[in-house]
Ligand binder design. Sequence first.
Ligand code: SF4
Length: 339
Amino acid sequence: MTSSLNTPHMPLLQVKNLKTYFPVKKGLLGREVARVHAVDDVSFTLNAGETLGLVGESGCGKSTLGRSLIQLDRPTSGEVFFEGQKINDLDFASLKKVRAGLQMIFQDPFSSLDPRMSVERIISEPLRLHRIGDKKSQGAIVKDLLKKVGLPESALNRYPHEFSGGQRQRIGIARSLALRPKLIIADEPVAALDVSVQAQVLNLLGDLKKEFGLTMVFISHDLGVIKYFCDRIAVMYLGKIVEYAGSDDLYKNQIHPYTRALFSAIPLPDPTAKLERIILKGDVPSPIHPPSGCRFHTRCPFVTDICKTAVPDLVEVKPGHFAACHHKDQFLNQKGAPT
Ligand code: SF4
């Protein structure tokens, strides 16, 4: 992404040319034979109090990007700055201190909670690990967090399997807030929940975001959820950000053909409205051998020769709206998919 995306004041999170590759190993000696290009040259900034939505199909790299921001997956190259401090080359002890300010909410609340620990121990664990307060003050914090996520005090001595999916996600959210983080990475936080409880958990996250003054990276494949929740949206395809814009702007005018295809798949509230669905040809190519030039060229209905050889830069096409497409002018100010 071009440097014009950088904001004049110091952002809470700044990501520069981030790449996270995973080795593909073969043979008895585990020789590296290839690399999965999960995140490939991603840059963006996020100001305090904002929520950035990361969208794209499964395997586009959005979850790896989230994990790389918090250093659960260590990036191959590039830089991640949190509150101005570069965090991607910190040693374990220094990273542990920084992590107090950066927390993650996972998709599957069951596998992310230790089934052998009581709710009290699960929520207080970050406080113990960071040696914050004594047992009494930790207990008070845990009770307060339980209340904030809408669970009764009687939950304290129970175990994860005794709760529903929505309640388990509430426990996970309480745990992620224990250290009063500034930035939360929420990775598909409602995708594993029944539709009936998704709205409850989203409302809870919205309320907590206001109350705690949280900044968020919200990862989802659900554009309805993203619209409800995010100030800005980054659309990812095969490890790269292909479009980046304010939420309202993007819902009115999608510029990149991939974004247009994604948005055309959103069900319309009016069943009589005519939907021009853009069906993409073929499967998502392998991130081990991503296509040359524009990574979307093997599926794009507008592909031309230049798309197959030259990588399009992510450039600002109108204030705050960036797209990576050689033919972006063709789609500028065209009405996007109806939403
Ligand atoms: Fe399609 Fe070419 Fe634009 Fe890529 S650069 S999205 S292939 S028109």
